[in-house]
Design a protein around this ligand. Structure first.
Ligand code: NAP
Length: 315
């Protein structure tokens, strides 16, 4: 069956692309780079020796070297795919080995902190073009990736002011080659938007699943048995990688706290409606929220199928 990614490019966009961090996003990038011929050679490196071994076993890249320095040497694209909290350390360690004129990008879910970390650690002779593919699943590790993860999803690029226009255009072509739509945004704006669309929803899921797991034994067994009533969707989100999400909340603290403040106010208003028996108020809100779901479906970012617990891979 065709995968919807179209034919491979006639000429690769990069000669040698290094992926640093081979988890869900890094391995998905490796798959799509090779499937679409986005880079002539794909190099993959991970801090974990087990992950490097696994990457070799499943043939994720042309080369899987033993050190970060070897991985980035001669690369004209270096793509950081590690958790946000690891970016500063990686940038400092690889800085002396980067090829002049190389593009350094990333896929981190928070952008202002990563932009600052990369800007501080990297030499002036490379082009920094941070990015965030708004696509994922709750899986992690080198076996979790697949080539179509980014297809028809958005990637947000957050180039610093005065960034090299050619480097930004090249990264745009790269992500479009991976099947994504591309938008450019200021890092702080990205962080505010993602706080409400992704980070706070994850926090709510972690919290509700945490509350359920604190219930006494008999009630907890029933929560699992009758989980189809909405709870199951939260458990999927709350199964996301603990390290990645720890880093996101620490790195996007201000925007998350701002959005949580608004959320708490609105929750209090809902509490009052329930206490006062304000059915009209509840129905008005629920009608408005239903329209948002329809808008997402109309934009092709979701299907209307009642497929709870699905994996993006199967859509
Ligand atoms: P993942 O599956 O957990 O993979 C991350 C990989 O990076 C792991 O193999 C980890 O190794 C490795 N790593 C950690 N520190 C490193 C270092 N210093 N040098 C080299 N490798 C290192 O995570 P992921 O889901 O792919 O997420 C990666 C990045 O993508 C994060 O910044 C995240 O915010 C972003 N992102 C994720 C999603 C999503 O839905 N998952 C979506 C968009 C963007 P160890 O396991 O040994 O620590």
């Amino acid at each position: 069956m065709p995968d919807g990614l179209g034919a491979a490019l006639e000429e690769p966009i990069f000669e040698r692309a290094a992926i640093i961090g081979v988890g869900l996003i890094g391995s998905s990038l490796a798959h799509v780079m090779r499937r679409k011929g986005l880079a002539r050679a794909v190099v993959a490196y991970d801090a974990s020796a087990d992950v490097r071994t696994r990457a070799r076993e499943i043939g994720l890249a042309d080369v899987v070297p033993e050190s970060l320095a070897e991985a980035v040497e001669g690369a004209d694209l270096v793509m950081l795919c590690a958790p946000v909290g690891a970016m500063a350390k990686i940038a400092a360690e690889m800085a002396p080995h980067l090829k002049p004129g190389a593009i350094v990008s990333d896929v981190g879910s928070v952008k202002a902190s990563v932009a600052a970390d990369l800007g501080e650690a990297l030499p002036a002779h490379v082009h920094v073009v941070p990015g965030h593919p708004v696509a994922g699943t709750e899986q992690s590790g080198p076996d979790a990736g697949f080539a179509t993860l980014f297809r028809n999803r958005w990637t947000i690029l957050t180039p610093p002011e005065g960034a090299d226009a050619q480097a930004v255009a090249r990264m745009t072509r790269f992500w479009e080659g991976a099947g994504a739509h591309v938008e450019t945004m200021a890092p702080a704006h990205h962080d505010l938007v993602l706080a409400i669309t992704s980070h706070v929803p994850h926090l709510i899921a972690y919290n509700i699943v945490g509350t359920a797991s604190d219930l006494e034994d008999s009630a907890r067994a029933e929560v699992i048995k009758f989980s189809a009533g909405g709870f199951r969707d939260f458990t999927r989100i709350a199964a996301s990688d603990p390290v990645m999400w720890r880093d996101i909340f620490l790195a996007n603290k201000d925007a998350v706290l701002e959005m949580l403040g608004r959320f708490t106010e609105d929750l209090t208003a809902l509490q009052r409606m329930i206490r006062r028996g304000d059915g009209e108020g509840l129905e008005t809100l629920f009608t408005r929220t239903r329209a948002i779901r329809r808008g997402i479906i109309d934009l092709g970012q979701e299907t209307a199928a009642p497929d709870f617990g699905r994996r993006a891979k199967e859509d």
